[in-house]
Design a protein around this ligand. Structure first.
Ligand SMILES: *[C@@H]1O[C@H](CO)[C@@H](O)[C@H](O)[C@H]1NC(C)=O
Ligand SMILES: *[C@@H]1O[C@H](CO)[C@@H](O)[C@H](O)[C@H]1NC(C)=O
Ligand SMILES: *[C@@H]1O[C@H](CO)[C@@H](O)[C@H](O)[C@H]1NC(C)=O
Ligand SMILES: *[C@@H]1O[C@H](CO)[C@@H](O)[C@H](O)[C@H]1NC(C)=O
Ligand SMILES: *[C@@H]1O[C@H](CO)[C@@H](O)[C@H](O)[C@H]1NC(C)=O
Ligand SMILES: *[C@@H]1O[C@H](CO)[C@@H](O)[C@H](O)[C@H]1NC(C)=O
Ligand SMILES: *[C@@H]1O[C@H](CO)[C@@H](O)[C@H](O)[C@H]1NC(C)=O
Ligand SMILES: *[C@@H]1O[C@H](CO)[C@@H](O)[C@H](O)[C@H]1NC(C)=O
Ligand SMILES: *[C@@H]1O[C@H](CO)[C@@H](O)[C@H](O)[C@H]1NC(C)=O
Length: 579
């Protein structure tokens, strides 16, 4: 029953508009944050009365405790063994079949320590599953199997728990979709694809990290759970600035000074700063990230060959390209976009660079008028890292509205506010609570997401979108889980007091970064925890992970290009004004 699968004409029509609106936004790069040389000394020491004007302060500095040296050491013991505030044991969340027990030794490799990811990738080969038929059409599912082979084509390395990515694409047409990787725990892996468009389709399987590299990353987190990144609190006293160190656990301060405890168990956050002499813990200051302030040499000699910056190494295989004929109309009979829908593992695909969701009937907008009419009367509240600030920025651009910088804010952290008074649309953004790697910003600008959600009254015209991942991956995943559990509880409270408020979770996206503090493996692993925690909730999931890994025409980037962001916010709007 071969129906013609057609690109919706709307999608094609809108594509050019998207490209035009894709003029680069000047994002501040997360990992290249410039430490401002100094805060202008014109800035006066914040007055307490100013602080009281911003209600955020009260939530932020929930309590301030001075620890004596010995108390601090106790604190250190408690927090590094069984959790300061939440003494329950956390389940360690592992992606399916990525067991982290004893690594399988690399056999028949002359010198284990010099096996690089590149050398290993060269030994890997994929082929079509033996029982596959040879003609393919839209709607078919195909599988390729892969494992490492020697020159005689014998399997030589039985590596378990490697991290791969797989995709199908037709670059000329900007079509793309992901494949699902299955680790059979015996050195063989399978990538499963759904064929979703007709034409010449390229099959790609990439090694992101071999298991040995993942073991190294996980070891560095065990050995350096808190000190890979360090933060600062700065006070301005007259013309002098006084700096103290801050971190998620006071253990990194080495017990040399009293410590202020800014932790907020209600919001699932732990935060400590060294106490500055003669300055009270309540005194507001400026938060920032100390570039290069973390632990040195977390890798052992030779390991940088395994764990460098993220690389995606194509593995060879056959067939590398297949021809797909007309088949099912994949997009027929899609559901209406409503919160709470299940997101399958392959949940959409690109065609002409436009995202077609398989979750529900997603929308595309051809002009500003259509965007405006979708968003009329809506209040959008975005919380989290810079990857959701991109949504705010994109909407400001699409609606061509004024982004009013609040006097105490920075663009990086917010709070930001923009308004379209004619169409009665408001946009807000603010960053999540610490740890957050940013240039200096008032501590009061930084608020835990759970607390920010608690301040929203909610209503049928309110949309609350959040994302949190990249700034937390340098620390143990249990702390991330703690944070998300608090956010989940805040969402439940919000949905209780205002069931019609729309809640949107944006997943992580893929990116190239230092794998030890971030990078794809940690982002992926943390994202699994997020999905598990929000599963079954009445929320919208914008699967930015899939939307960034399905495309093959841009390099992975922490801040995806605006053509991708447009697909994300169109998907969001598909729920705000569903078809
Ligand atoms: C947890 O910390 C307390 C001290 O507050 C200690 O008595 C107890 O043994 C610790 N439990 C574990 C499992 O480490
Ligand atoms: C493996 O190679 C490294 C670096 O070339 C060398 O230092 C080491 O001794 C070698 N190990 C063995 C077991 O040959
Ligand atoms: C993981 O392994 C278990 C048992 O080894 C198996 O039942 C399950 O299907 C596997 N899951 C995936 C996603 O491969
Ligand atoms: C590995 O496991 C898969 C799934 O159980 C099986 O189909 C395959 O034959 C196994 N391969 C080897 C080399 O044992
Ligand atoms: C691109 O898409 C068109 C329309 O669906 C199709 O006819 C053409 O074969 C595709 N190009 C490739 C290289 O697959
Ligand atoms: C921490 O304390 C130990 C023992 O007192 C000392 O050897 C070490 O140098 C200190 N480290 C830092 C970073 O102050
Ligand atoms: C703190 O105050 C005391 C008493 O006023 C003074 O002696 C001391 O020098 C001050 N310390 C600093 C670091 O300013
Ligand atoms: C603006 O939108 C809000 C809901 O967000 C609504 O309550 C209000 O009546 C609207 N105002 C106008 C002038 O349309
Ligand atoms: C943006 O702000 C400027 C300066 O306040 C004002 O002149 C302009 O009309 C505003 N534009 C819109 C679209 O509100």
């Amino acid at each position: 029953m071969a129906k013609t699968q057609k690109v919706s004409t709307g999608s094609v029509r809108c594509f050019f508009l998207v490209v035009v609106s894709a003029a680069a936004l000047g994002y501040l790069l997360l990992y290249s944050v410039q430490e401002p040389s100094q805060i202008s000394i014109k800035e006066v020491v914040p007055k307490i009365r100013n602080e009281q004007a911003t209600s955020s302060h009260l939530n932020q500095v929930s309590k301030s405790t001075k620890y004596s040296l010995t108390q601090n050491n106790e604190q250190k013991l408690v927090s590094s063994t069984n959790g300061t505030h939440n003494p329950k044991t956390f389940l360690s969340s592992k992606p399916t079949n990525q067991s982290t027990t004893t690594p399988i030794p690399l056999t028949k490799t002359p010198n284990k320590s010099v096996l690089t990811a590149t050398a290993y990738a060269k030994q890997l080969q994929f082929s079509l599953e033996s029982n596959s038929h040879v003609d393919f059409s839209v709607g078919d599912t195909i599988r390729v199997v892969f494992s490492a082979k020697d020159q005689q084509n014998n399997a030589i390395i039985t590596n378990i728990g490697d991290y791969f990515r797989a995709s199908i694409s037709t670059l000329q047409n900007k079509s793309g979709a992901v494949g699902i990787i299955t680790d059979h725990q015996n050195g063989t892996y399978t990538a499963t694809f759904r064929l979703l468009w007709e034409g010449q389709v390229k099959i790609k399987v990439q090694l992101v990290l071999p298991r040995q590299a993942i073991d190294v990353i996980e070891r560095t987190i065990r050995e350096h759970p808190f000190d890979k990144v360090t933060f600062r609190r700065r006070y301005l006293v007259g013309r002098v600035s006084v700096d103290t160190r801050c971190n998620i656990d006071p253990v990194v301060f080495n017990g040399t000074r009293p410590v202020c405890d800014y932790s907020d168990p209600h919001a699932g956050g732990r935060w400590y700063c060294e106490k500055a002499a003669n300055i009270s813990c309540e005194e507001p200051g400026y938060h920032s990230y100390i570039l290069g302030g973390g632990a040195k040499n977390v890798l052992r000699p030779g390991e940088e060959k395994l764990v460098g910056r993220t690389q995606r190494l194509d593995i060879s295989g056959s067939p590398s390209t297949i021809t797909v004929a007309n088949g099912l109309d994949i997009l027929a009979e899609r559901k209406r976009c409503l919160p709470g829908l299940v997101t399958p593992q392959i949940n959409g695909f690109y065609q002409q660079g436009v995202w077609n969701s398989l979750v529900c009937h997603n929308r595309h907008f051809c002009n500003q008028l259509e965007w405006r009419s979708c968003l009329r009367g809506k209040n959008l509240h975005f919380f989290g890292d810079s990857t959701i600030r991109q949504w705010y920025e994109q909407f400001v651009k699409i609606l061509e509205i004024n982004d009013t910088m609040l006097p105490e804010a920075t663009h990086q952290t917010g709070p930001l506010f923009a308004e379209d008074p004619v169409n009665n649309i408001t946009l807000r953004y603010r960053t999540h609570g610490p740890p957050i790697r940013t240039g200096p910003t008032r501590n009061t600008n930084i608020k835990y997401i759970a607390n920010a959600i608690d301040e929203i009254k909610g209503g049928p015209d309110d949309v609350v979108g959040l994302t949190i991942w990249s700034h937390l991956t340098a620390n143990p995943v249990e702390l991330y889980r703690e944070r998300l559990e608090a956010i989940r509880a805040a969402i439940q409270r919000l949905q209780q007091r205002s069931p019609r408020t729309m809640v949107v979770i944006k997943s992580a996206n893929t990116f190239i970064g230092g794998e030890v503090n971030g990078g794809d493996w940690l982002a992926y692993r943390f994202d699994q925890v997020m999905r598990e925690l929000f599963e079954g909730m009445d929320v919208v999931l914008v699967d930015a992970w899939e939307m960034t890994s399905a495309q093959q025409w841009h390099k992975d980037a922490i801040h995806p290009t605006s053509d991708i962001i447009v697909q994300e916010v169109e998907f969001l709007c598909s729920f705000i004004c569903p078809l």
